[in-house]
Design a protein around this ligand. Structure first.
Ligand code: ARG
Length: 609
């Protein structure tokens, strides 16, 4: 009865469930219940717990006393005896929680009424043991839905550039994060495979390779092909005219033109695939052309709804409130463009794929475009309650000089070259380590390990920051063995792994056997407690990640984890100590958790370095 009455007064007022993997939720429910005990008439806001900014003061802080006291005062209800300000209220809550609470300890009043607290080793032990028993970090408690992630999405006949690299790396990680929570994810490559540029490319191919039908031309360098075609298009009026006529032929499905178009797409596709193979990226092509037939009915739908406005020259447009330019569903010459395709794609994704969450990942400059598309879809009633549309707009990649990222000769950087460079630098550094006798791998293994670390380093360098920020591309920074890099993290993981290997060879203790025999983790030393605290924060980190889908939350988590773990193995002797078994298990959970984070970020496994 008491719990029922509490609902309208307390937010949250859930029962305390110590099995909930979210430390924030457990703490919120504990403190909410205690405030209810001390001041039954007070009202609490939804969020009352957060991590302490400074770990010196504690692990978490509760900020409920201030709003709770204010709510009592405003309601005119009688104050509980002895309470005349938030500090007294907070102190009363601290006193009523007592000294031997199963979850919180070292409770302290601070400032105008904050309650600082630490988490008990006993509670953390239980959390970490559960990770060990499940052999998996806890999955957040969310309803799995169908998601669609539109990422990578390069353009045919144009080189993939660093922007596409960002989209590819972020997109792959977003897919993995959603899949981890049990969501079904449609990985969509919205390749730019249609449009007026094909008229020009076809014309150029016909002129330069007249026997292309019998002799498939070997155009490995499509960028050069594109550049040359464009140069001719700009210089030669006849060429330009022929190109424009080609567009119409292609759009009407002319067999010869379709064949050339397909040939050009195939060449590009093979180039894109080289990047995807290097980066372990899986994405399925639904290029712009896939939506061609869906465009006219969409325009008709807007027309019937009275939402189409005919602009000067006859272009068919849709205005969206607050935007200075409309979406153009059909150009004045009758052609369809980027907006037309994206509206058709959106309808298909909402109604045919029935995706509950649609995420498009491009550079930030397309933010308005997607905001308009999404709003137009809502305005016409395509979006169901609960269907979520999101655009992740990332910042620019700059060279070390702070200008746009280019090669020394001023060309755009080819992604394949960029990735190869990361690998060859890593190879050099690994070979050096081998020569110095510092490495645990043979020369034959260098390439494979260098690939894992090199690609991992490029990915992590991008993923570890808020995607909306710009960054300077720097091999030296991303391949640094110290600091917040994949190189450091992979080395750290291998180091913990090697402690377990030594236990086996030098002490005949096999961690897998310890697990089989039901050996338990004991949290005692402060550095063990800190490590366990970090491990136990995973669910809260994951929940934050699911909100904005920024993989940097996971990067922060794994970086802090590796710092806590390094501190643990420095402060606590593992091998040969009386606590060896428990500590080995803690190493095991740590390496497993790190590996899971690497999987979420798309970073390959490295067994030895
Ligand atoms: N091809 C576009 C580009 O290179 C990205 C496409 C993104 N997806 C979309 N549905 N418009 O910028």
């Amino acid at each position: 009865e008491k719990a029922k009455a509490a609902v309208p007064k307390y937010l949250p007022a859930p029962p305390v469930d110590l099995n909930d993997p979210s430390t924030l939720k457990v703490l919120s429910s504990i403190f909410a219940a205690q405030f209810e005990e001390v001041a039954p008439d007070a009202i609490l806001p939804a969020s009352i717990i957060k991590r302490c900014d400074n770990p010196k003061f504690g692990d978490f802080q509760c900020s409920a006393a201030m709003p709770a006291f204010a709510s009592l005062k405003n309601s005119g209800k009688p104050m509980p005896p002895g309470i005349n300000g938030p500090p007294q209220l907070a102190q009363a809550v601290i006193d009523s929680l007592g000294k031997d609470h199963p979850v919180v300890q070292d409770l302290r009043l601070q400032g105008p009424g904050f309650i600082m607290c630490k988490i008990t080793p006993a509670y953390l032990q239980r959390q970490v043991q559960s990770i060990l028993d499940q052999k998996c970090l806890p999955k957040p408690n969310v309803k799995p839905v169908t998601c669609l992630v539109d990422f990578s999405s390069p353009n045919i006949a144009k080189e993939m550039h660093v922007g596409h690299l960002r989209s590819t790396i972020i997109g792959e990680s977003v897919c993995r994060i959603l899949e981890f929570t049990g969501c079904k994810v449609e990985r969509v490559n919205h390749v730019g495979d249609w449009g007026t540029q094909f008229g020009m490319l076809i014309q150029y191919l016909k002129e330069e390779y007249p026997d292309f039908a019998d002799n498939t031309p070997n155009i490995t360098d499509l960028t050069a092909f594109y550049k040359n075609a464009k140069a001719k298009f700009d210089e030669d009026a006849d060429f330009k005219k022929a190109s424009q006529l080609n567009v119409g032929k292609l759009q009407s499905g002319d067999e010869e033109y379709m064949a050339i178009w397909k040939l050009l797409c195939d060449v590009s596709r093979m180039e894109f695939q080289k990047v995807y193979d290097r980066l372990d990226v899986t994405v399925y092509e639904y290029g712009e052309s896939f939506y061609n037939a869906m465009i006219p009915p969409v325009i008709e739908e807007f027309e019937k709804a009275g939402k189409l406005s005919i602009e000067e020259g006859g272009a068919k447009c849709v205005w969206v409130e607050k935007f200075p330019i409309p979406l153009m569903l059909q150009k004045s010459d009758g052609g369809f463009g980027y907006d037309s395709t994206d509206m058709a794609a959106l309808k298909y994704r909402l109604h045919t794929v029935k995706a509950q969450r649609i995420i498009v990942i491009t550079d930030f400059s397309q933010g308005d475009h997607f905001a308009m598309c999404n709003q137009a879809a809502k305005d016409i009633g395509w979006v169901d309650n609960g269907q979520q549309l999101q655009h992740i707009g990332f910042g620019t990649v700059q060279g070390e000089d702070g200008k746009r990222f280019k090669t020394r000769s001023g060309d755009t950087v080819r992604l394949v070259d960029l990735l190869d460079e990361a690998v060859s630098r890593m190879e050099a550094s690994l070979n050096e380590r081998i020569d110095q006798g510092k490495a645990n791998i043979s020369k034959e293994e260098v390439h494979e390990v260098a690939e894992a670390i090199g690609y991992g380093a490029v990915k992590y360098f991008d993923l570890r920051r808020n995607p909306t920020s710009n960054y300077k591309f720097s091999y030296d920074a991303m391949l640094d063995t110290k600091g917040d890099t994949a190189v450091y993290l992979l080395y750290a993981r291998v180091r913990f792994e090697s402690i377990m290997a030594k236990a086996k060879t030098e002490h005949s203790v096999d961690v897998e056997d310890l697990i089989k025999n039901g050996e338990k983790i004991v949290i005692d030393h402060e550095s063990e407690r800190k490590l366990a605290l970090q491990l136990a924060s995973f669910t809260d980190v994951m929940e934050a990640t699911l909100d904005d889908l920024f993989p940097y939350h996971i990067c922060d988590f794994v970086y802090q984890l590796s710092i806590a773990a390094s501190d643990f193995v420095t402060q606590c002797r593992v091998l040969g100590s009386p606590e060896m078994n428990s500590r080995l298990l803690l190493c095991y959970v740590t390496t497993m958790a790190m590996q899971q984070c690497f999987d979420l970020l798309g970073i390959r496994k490295v067994k030895r370095i």
